[in-house]
Structure formats: structure tokens, C-alpha cells
Design a protein. Sequence first.
Length: 173
Amino acid sequence: MNRFFLMLLAGGALLSGVPAMMQETAKSGSGVSAPPQKISAPMGKSVSISSGSVRLKPDDRGHYVAEFKMNGKSVTALVDTGASMVAINKTTARKLGISVQPADFKYEVNTANGTIKVASAVIREIQIGRVKVRDVEAAVLDDKALDGTLLGMTFLKRLEGFSVTDGDLILKQ
């Protein structure tokens, strides 16, 4: 875990205000997909799911925001390819059953808004549709530093791939 935070310090920004440009990273796959199914997403947007993949439609600002299950709890999150890791605030951490103490905020990271201290955590499971990733490293920030949840590369790199097709973000497991 400490190795990961050292990588963040050397690597630069943990969070960004706007998601970075998406790159197609999906690996080629084969197989027949089940017909897409709709699940709810914030702001009236829809999410299509099929066997092993999820298609997220962008919101009015072009961001990919959806309802995810984290440790079995519903959490609205912004998928951010420019974030090195998943980032949650203390309120969300409590909701997920993750306990952090003031002494846990010992890692300094660089963000778009400057250097801050964060705590290290592991989210037992993050799921959207049939896409599920276990034991995801995350940073816990003070509620004043982060008012939402960002799904960064510690989640995305555990997928088989992700890509933008016809403006939609496709997560593939």
C-alpha cells in the first residue's frame, strides 16, 4: 500500500477537475453478448449492460457518472481516467464500512487543488451491472477536499479494458 502512495507522489496529480481524454484500451474479445439491459443512472441517464460489459452515456457536461455498488452500497461516482486511483471522502468511507482515524491521514498527494493528506483504504468490491472488481485500493480525503467519488485507475486498470465508442464509455470485464 505504501508503495502505491509513493508512486502517486512521484507521478503527479491524484485528482483532476475534468476527466482526461479517453484512450481506447479495450482488448479484443469474442463471444456472444446477451441483449443489453437498462439500469438507472443519475440525472435520468441510462446505462446499458450486457454480458461482461457496461456502456455509460455521458452527462450533459460530457462526464461519465453512474450509480455503482461499493461494498454493497449505492454510490454515485464519476469515472475519471485522469485520476491515479479511486478517491472517496470520509462520509462515503463511513457509508462503506471503512473506518479512518485522523492519524490515518498520513500520505501527501498532489491534486489539481494542491497538496493534501489522504488515508489509505481498500474497497472490498466495486460493481456496476455485471462488471465487478474486488479489493480496490482507494484514497480517503476529507469531505472538504472531495464532495463526490472518483473512479480512477486503481479500478479501471483491473478491467479487461475500457474505451469510448460513439461517445459512450464501455467498461469490459
